[in-house]
Design a protein around this ligand. Structure first.
Ligand code: UDP
Length: 503
């Protein structure tokens, strides 16, 4: 019989969820030696395995079990990178819904197998907020459920509360208050994703979200991929709202991002001992090396799932060209076109890419870029981002301020928090319908990159946050970071809960 304690983890099937779940598994395992089983559908398990094998650092220390959950149709699987959430049709929403619910029975089967082999239930099941059913499942096998939110505390609270309360529906204007936030915190209809905007409490999507979230509120505590010091208000409000322990155990980003930049500015791949950068990485880094001045280049990316509208793409290009700023832009076909299709010249102003190439002003990277290598390069001065939480943490870990262009999920709330609470961001526009004009793009880019005034303030604040992120993960006995302490507390809690249940 295996005597070691066991944790089962259930990540949601999207890149921005899988990666922090993997980082959490790695952290718990390093700290405790517990056995960890990560369960997901076939394509997502393949993706997780390939992520581990690409990371030479983790191979030697990372021993994680993967359980492939059967899925009734390959068509229903949601591989990383597959969807533009802004564009999901009802059919695809159905898929998401189906994907989440249909995993319940296979997970129960898996947990029962573990109980059969080990003679006791796992210590706990850590599940994504979209798997609320895991709370009742955990109870049925005499263990407990922990919800892991891959977002920040503020963004998670706004997301959870807006879905559960639909506060915009009872507001006469475009502005509304969100339960859980002080009255002075005004939210705006344009910050809502189309699904929430249109939700009436009875539609399929709304019923799914409300059920999963409210069930997740019944778990014994939440883990949050953030740091107490960077969003004290968010943690305070989230704890009050959930009335549960919330452990701030972030930032769950590659440890190399929390070390100091090398003098060449080529940080991330180099610090992964033995890792040879791929061709795309080399190309980006060489290009950045040529763009010498520190903090001068704008990096533009909308995460793993999103793209922007055609007219927005045109105006962004116009503004970039007029600004004279150097940039790396991760570019995908605009909304309405197949994300995997070939990029067409006609989607950009005539001759734009060639002019940028000739003048060495801008590098367009198709579809996917080595974001960590780019952000950790000394030349990067700002990040035009959709404010996905992983991108936010990655950027701030390098002291890089943000130009917000939130697209979906909780990104608009993240953007609000980055501006109003942290002061590290300005918002350019919102969503795929947001109207932008080249002149405004130019103005905002220049504002963020300016060496004085607001740009300088934002950079200084981003550097402060960078320090807080690093301090939070300090293992020094005299100076233990808040996230290390929170992880210790989390482990103590699940061990003592499990002993109580066994007694
Ligand atoms: N990412 C990347 N290259 C890209 C786009 C995204 O490496 O071209 C990574 C990025 O580093 C981050 C993740 O994909 O870790 C995106 O997660 P985030 O939470 O920012 O956004 P999501 O994809 O969930 O919307």
């Amino acid at each position: 019989m295996v005597s070691r304690d066991h944790i089962v983890m259930l990540p949601f099937m999207a890149h921005g969820h899988l990666i922090p779940f993997l980082a959490l598994a790695r952290q718990i395992q390093q700290r405790t030696g517990f056995t960890i089983t990560m369960a997901s559908t076939k394509l997502n398990i393949q993706y997780l395995r390939s992520t581990i094998s690409a990371d030479s650092n983790s191979q030697s220390i990372f021993n994680i079990r993967f359980a492939e959950l059967p899925f009734n149709s390959a068509d229903h699987d949601l591989p990383p990178n597959s969807e533009n959430t802004e564009n999901l049709s009802l059919g695809n929403v159905g898929k998401l819904f189906h994907a989440s619910i249909s995993l319940r029975d296979p997970v129960l089967h898996l947990v029962n197998d573990i109980i059969h082999q080990e003679g006791k239930p796992p210590l706990c099941i850590i599940s994504d907020v979209f798997f609320g059913w895991a709370t009742e499942l955990a109870k049925s096998v005499n263990t407990v459920n922990i919800t892991f939110t891959t977002g920040g505390a503020y963004g998670t609270l706004a997301y959870v509360s807006v879905w559960l309360n639909l506060p915009h529906r009872s507001s006469d204007s475009d502005e509304f208050e969100v339960p859980g936030f002080p009255e002075s915190y005004c939210f705006h209809r344009s910050q809502l994703h189309q699904y929430i905007r249109d939700a009436d409490g009875k539609d399929l999507w709304c019923r799914f979200m409300q059920t999963q979230i409210s069930q997740s509120c019944g778990s014994i505590g939440w883990l949050c991929n953030s740091v107490e010091e960077i969003e004290p208000l968010g943690f305070d409000l989230l704890r009050k709202y959930l009335r549960l322990p919330v452990w701030s155990i972030g930032p769950l980003i590659p440890p190399a991002l929390l070390e100091n930049k090398s003098s060449s500015g080529f940080s991330f791949s180099k610090q992964h001992a033995g890792k040879r950068p791929g061709l795309a990485t080399e190309k980006c880094i060489e290009w950045l090396d040529l763009h010498g001045p520190a903090d001068s280049v704008l990096y533009i990316s909308f995460g793993s799932q999103n793209t922007i509208g055609l007219s927005q793409m045109m105006e962004l290009a116009i503004g970039l060209e007029d600004s004279g700023v150097s940039f790396i832009w991760v570019i995908r076909p605009p909304i309405g076109f197949d994300m995997k299709s070939e990029f067409r010249d006609e989607w950009l102003p005539e001759g734009f890419e060639e002019r940028m190439k000739q003048s060495k002003r801008g590098l367009l990277v198709r579809n996917w870029a080595p974001q960590l290598d780019i952000l950790s390069h000394k030349s990067i001065g700002a990040f035009l981002s959709h404010c996905g939480w992983n991108s936010v943490l990655e950027s701030l870990s390098q002291g890089v301020p943000i130009l917000g262009w939130p697209m979906a999920a909780e990104q608009a709330y993240n953007s609000k928090m980055l501006m109003e609470e942290m002061g590290v961001s300005v918002e350019l526009t919102r969503g795929s319908q947001g109207i932008i004009v080249g002149k405004e793009v130019k103005r905002v880019i220049e504002l963020v990159l300016e060496k004085e005034g607001k740009g300088k303030d934002m950079r200084n604040k981003a550097v402060e946050v960078k320090k807080q992120l690093r301090a939070a993960v300090s293992h020094e006995t005299e100076n233990k970071g808040s996230s290390v302490k929170a992880m210790d507390d989390f482990v103590r809690t699940i061990l003592s809960t499990s002993q109580e249940q066994a007694a």
